[in-house]
Structures are given as C-alpha cells and as structure tokens.
Design a protein around this ligand. Structure first.
Ligand SMILES: [Zn+2]
Length: 141
C-alpha cells in the first residue's frame, strides 16, 4: 500500500534547498516515488540521509531504486527454494539424516557441564555427510 501522498510531498519539499530541485508542477513525481517506500520511517530516513549526503535533489529513479531495494530486502522470496506442499502431501525426506540437510550438527562437550544447572556445553560443527547417515531422499533430488 502506498504511503500518504500529502505526507510524502511534505517530506520531498524538505529537499527544496538542494540544486536541481524540480519545479512545483513536477515535484509530485518525487512524492509518488517516495510513496512506494515500505514504511513512513523508511521515507523519512531516505529524505534525511539524502539531505546530508547530496548537493542535488534526487531524480525519481534514485528514489524508486532505494524503495525497490528495501522491498526486496524486507520480503525475502522463499519460493525459489521451498515448493509448497499439496494438501495431504508428505514433506520430502532428508538427504542427510544426521544434519537434516542443514549442513551443521550439534556437538556436546565431553567436559564438565558449562553451567551450574548441569546443562552440557553445546556447539555446532559442519556435517561431513557420512554415507551411513544418508537419508531416504538421497539421490532423488
Ligand atoms: Zn549432513
């Protein structure tokens, strides 16, 4: 959902002191670009950062570039590596039963427990995917 245009125009007008600020009939194009920001906070920060770092006013492409990048960062796309399951479909097995394909396995220290509650000190190390831990899905993907 785009941000409030009046507030974006108010923010954009803070940049009026900069060189190459567009004439009044086109400054709305900058406000439209700013309205695509993911949040009011992002829009305010963009304008403040631009004021501190630039002599010339931004072009719409500068603003769209920043807001698009912010959207891509805040909405990671899982679709490229997670295929949704059909209703009733079982999730696929792991290739490696030892690390469940995460690549890391938990290890527990053999030394005395780390803390007074007797919890063993644990960490992770890289899984070596030994053949004996290859799961049912090994070789199917
Ligand atoms: Zn493994």
């Amino acid at each position: 959902m785009p941000l409030d245009m009046n507030y974006c125009l108010h923010l954009i007008r803070k940049l009026k002191i900069l060189d190459k600020y567009p004439p009044e009939d086109t400054e709305v194009r900058l406000a439209e670009a700013l309205a695509t920001a993911p949040s009011i906070h992002f829009a305010e920060k963009f304008v403040d950062d631009w004021l501190r770092g630039h002599r010339k006013a931004p072009m719409p492409v500068d603003i769209y570039g920043a807001t698009n990048a912010a959207h891509n960062l805040s909405k990671p796309s899982f679709s490229s590596f997670l295929v949704p399951l059909e209703p009733g479909e079982e999730p696929p097995g792991y290739k490696c039963d030892k690390c469940k394909d995460t690549g890391y396995v938990e290890v527990r220290a053999k030394a005395k427990p780390w803390d007074s509650k007797g919890e063993p000190y644990t960490g992770v190390r890289k899984c070596d995917h030994p053949p004996e831990h290859r799961g049912a899905a090994y070789g199917l993907l």
